[in-house]
Design a protein around this ligand. Structure first.
Ligand SMILES: Cc1cc2nc3c(=O)[nH]c(=O)nc-3n(C[C@H](O)[C@H](O)[C@H](O)COP(=O)(O)O)c2cc1C
Length: 327
């Protein structure tokens, strides 16, 4: 089962959602190596920072061949800056460029970027059309249902994207005001799919393989985009792909989990500096140990550990303990 975004095959039709502070190159590679993912997306990139050539931003944008197909998401409110940023993105050579019109964070909204564009469809239209003309790789747009319940204009925005040359859209089926509250409203994904001819990727609350199959069956969407579900279970894409092929789903063993966590954490430790590395490791430990025996004890313990070395030792000991208990 495969979907085309422009000429890029998305096979299987599953996309790793952009997540700031999460979908960095280490995490993208982990997901890609496990398999079952059609496209991986970079965390969002500020068009202003990109055009300004900030070293930290350029560093965030490094990727390797093994990650392909890869999408780079940019955000901003100024059309000329977005055009220039998209041109720079294209030069870096990703497969897809995505525009963020769904971010509800105040910092982004205050700059009239992200979901704020859903409150100014004229600007959104100009942005999609201008960026489209500036680049030759496929352009996609990710948005929400609207700004709030009184402004649910996702069908209008979807049509604008389609008319201005977007190759596909992804919709997180909540309003910006909702942030992550309540349930994602999948029936709205079905409505968007009905209204458009370009591929529609449904997004929101896919946590298990059955959720992805159910979303596709209930909404008719062309593919599924997954964010948080992949942080708690990086095997999720592989499991969904297996279900799509009619194969049975295999659960990772405790040893698989240990290997994945330690490989990921070694990379973070090599790449990031002390405090930042510790912050990232704590965040991922919370997700990765979700549902494991004694996970809570480890999560409490790591809050007190002063450095990366003791952190890694604690994680190793934690797994030794559960593997011994299971033996
Ligand atoms: C930590 C975090 C960071 C996120 N960063 C971005 C981002 O950079 N760009 C974006 O379009 N959406 C971002 N999102 C939203 C996700 O891409 C996705 O739309 C949302 O989490 C709903 O999907 P899910 O239920 O599969 O997680 C972020 C979500 C989370 C939890």
């Amino acid at each position: 089962m495969s979907v085309l975004i422009g000429k890029v095959p998305v096979d299987p039709p599953l996309i790793l959602a952009p997540m700031a502070g999460v979908t960095d190159r280490d995490f993208r590679l982990i997901i890609r190596r496990i398999g079952g993912v059609g496209v991986v997306t970079m965390e969002f990139i500020s068009s202003r920072a990109l055009v300004g050539g900030y070293p930290k931003t350029l560093e965030l944008m490094e990727f390797c061949e093994e990650e392909r197909p890869l999408s780079i998401q940019i955000y901003g409110s100024d059309v000329d800056t977005m055009v220039e940023a998209a041109r720079t993105v294209e030069q870096l050579g990703p497969d897809i460029c995505d525009i963020n019109m769904g971010c509800p964070a105040n910092k982004v909204l205050a700059g009239c970027a992200g979901a704020a564009l859903m409150g100014d469809l004229k600007l959104a239209e100009k942005m999609v059309g201008s960026v489209r003309k500036a680049i030759s790789i496929p352009l996609t747009v990710k948005f929400r249902l609207g700004l709030n319940d009184t402004c649910r204009n996702y069908i209008e925005l979807g049509k604008i994207c389609e008319a201005n040359g977007a190759a596909a859209v992804a919709m997180h089926a909540r309003t910006a005001k909702q942030m992550f509250r309540g349930d994602a409203e999948w029936p709205e994904i079905a409505r968007l799919k009905e209204a458009l001819s370009i591929p529609v990727f449904g997004n929101g609350d896919v946590r298990a393989p059955e959720d992805a199959l159910r979303m596709m069956a209930e909404t008719g969407c062309d593919g599924v985009m997954i964010g948080r579900g992949a942080t708690k279970n990086p095997w999720l894409f592989q499991q969904i792909a297996a279900r799509m092929e009619g194969s049975s789903v295999t659960e990772p063993t405790v040893a698989d989990r240990r290997d994945l966590i330690l490989t990921h954490f070694q990379r973070v430790a090599e790449r990031e500096e002390g405090r930042f590395a510790l912050h990232k490791l704590r965040k991922f430990t919370g997700w990765y140990t979700h549902g494991l025996p004694h996970g809570r004890k480890l999560r409490q313990r790591i809050n007190e550990l002063p450095d990366v070395e003791s952190f890694l030792r604690a994680v190793e000991e934690f797994f030794e303990e559960i593997l011994e208990e299971a033996a």
